[in-house]
Design a protein around this ligand. Structure first.
Ligand code: ATP
Ligand code: MN
Length: 476
């Protein structure tokens, strides 16, 4: 007999229908009620066994965590919350689970504890919901760009361009670390390494993405990204996924319009396709925040997501933002950990969140940052001080998107590369796009996990990726 997924049963099951379901036991109560879950939906499915009809030793094997196959008829349920249940005729234990050592008991576990058993946490309601929302968002990203005529470009994960985030990259090598080949001057001889040169894991697919945009107009990347920055924060991972669209003929305004539309599309997609999971996560967040004082609690999750859809993002310049921050209460009272020091201050998460949560009370797009605190490839403004950068700031998260219009002028770009002490020869391939048929173009990067965090309301980024990589932690 063919197995039916629980989601399918809940949607289309009919009384009297003979079905086979398989899944993991959440609870078995009164030697009668089995709640199982197969991950297809947040809802556990109730099955009922008549203990007089089955062997006692077999019944004993139905324990929390065990994997079972249940066969029987769908009947009307008297229990609340479910219209149908399964009257079990036969069952089979596919995998036993010792209730004395199974780490997931049918009670609430802390997120910290669950992180320590990341191999089993997908079996909890919370992580099941997060994984389904994460999938839905990933799917929606491809759907959005495909509908807009963008092409999915696969940029390299191992990169030979060592010039983007110097010091923050993970090295890729097959050299014997106990016996590193050296040049006469004592430096490492990468000529002997696998690629015959120094290579690293990518920190961004943007530079290669630009090469694609300068040929097929609209591309996006969606792949793993690595940063060896030692930031132990609830918003940083050493391995995360990034979406980076890059568009020929887009200026900064087009770029902002696309990013805002894209973020709203993803949120709308989640509301339309994951409402049961979001309702569960909303209740979870409410419970989690019960101990917090009223004014520190977040907006209800679904209300918050709808609020984003209904409001335009506030757009302003970096300079205007600095003025607001300088005159803000927390700055004057010395409550910011990093005080605002006029034009040139690099904004920290506390500043970004002040603007979004306290001042404007909606997402904010900041543009025209000082060139000193932004990357070399951003288009220089005529004022000689700022570049056409845009950061999108979200409540609870801070920066969720970073992007810019790119400098398309060959000589301005070369001058900037030299000013920053970078080697022109490292960028010869990149500069070629400005030499041969250059065009205005723009793009941005969305951190996928920060988006999943926002949509699920999870406070820590380690809880929205199946197997987080952070400093001193790379299990599994
Ligand atoms: P932050 O200042 O928050 O460290 P960034 O300025 O380094 O971010 P970008 O280099 O602009 O970020 O990267 C683009 C996007 O990638 C960011 O807006 C963010 O959403 C995401 N991102 C950056 N670093 C990380 C990280 N370590 N873990 C998860 N997401 C990240
Ligand atoms: Mn960073």
């Amino acid at each position: 007999m063919k197995r039916t997924k629980i989601k399918e049963l809940l949607q289309h099951g009919k009384t009297g229908e003979e079905v086979l379901v398989k899944g993991w036991v959440r609870t078995f109560r009164s030697n009668r009620f089995i709640h199982i879950n197969d991950g297809s939906s947040i809802t556990n499915f109730q099955a009922v066994v008549d203990f007089e009809k089955h062997d006692e030793n077999q019944l004993k094997r139905i324990t929390t965590g065990a994997c079972v196959a249940l066969q029987g008829k769908l009947v009307e349920s008297l229990g609340k919350g479910q219209s149908l249940e399964l009257a079990v005729d036969n069952f089979e234990i596919l995998g036993d689970s010792d209730p004395n050592t199974y780490p997931l008991q049918p009670k609430k576990h802390s997120l910290e504890f669950l992180r320590s058993i990341a191999h089993l946490r997908p079996r909890t309601n919370t992580f099941g919901a997060i994984l389904r929302v994460r999938h839905a968002l990933a799917f929606a990203i491809h759907k959005y760009f495909n509908e807009k005529g963008f092409f999915y470009l696969h940029t390299p994960i191992i990169t030979g361009s060592d010039c983007e985030g110097a010091g923050e990259m993970f090295r890729v090598t097959t050299l014997d670390l106990n016996n590193i080949p050296k040049n006469d001057d004592g430096s490492i001889n990468y000529g002997d390494d696998f690629f015959g040169r120094e290579t690293n894991l990518t920190v961004s697919g943007q530079l290669e993405g630009e090469l694609g945009a300068m040929a097929i107009s609209d591309i996006y990347t969606f792949g793993p990204t690595f940063r060896a920055e030692n930031s132990n924060t609830p918003r940083h991972l050493a391995e995360f996924w990034m979406i980076e669209p890059e568009m020929a003929f887009y200026d900064l305004k087009d770029n902002m319009d696309l990013a805002e539309d894209f973020l709203k599309y993803l949120i709308r997609y989640a509301l339309n396709n994951c409402l049961d999971d979001l309702e569960f996560l909303s209740a979870r967040q409410k419970e989690e925040e019960q101990s917090k004082p009223q004014d520190q609690r977040s907006m209800e999750l679904i209300e918050k997501l709808k609020f984003i859809l209904e409001n335009d993002f506030q757009r302003l310049t970096y300079t205007e933002a600095i003025e607001i921050l300088e005159n803000s209460k927390p700055n004057k009272k010395g409550q910011f950990q990093f005080p605002i020091n006029g034009f040139g201050t690099d904004l920290q998460s506390e500043h970004e969140r002040y603007l979004v949560e306290k001042h404007f009370k909606r997402p904010v797009i900041l543009v025209d940052y000082p060139k000193e605190i932004k990357a070399f490839y951003m288009k220089q403004n005529p004022d000689g001080k700022t570049v056409r950068a845009m950061d999108i700031l979200f409540p609870a998260i801070g920066e969720i998107v970073g992007g810019s219009q790119r400098e398309e002028d060959y000589s301005k770009l070369v001058t900037r590369i030299k000013e920053l002490g970078l080697r022109e020869s490292d960028f010869s391939w990149y500069l070629d796009t400005r030499k041969f048929g250059s065009a205005p173009h723009s793009g941005f990067g969305l951190g996928f996990e920060r988006m999943v965090q926002f949509v699920t309301g999870m406070a820590n980024i380690r809880d929205v990726i199946p197997f987080p990589r952070t400093p001193k932690n790379a299990e599994y």
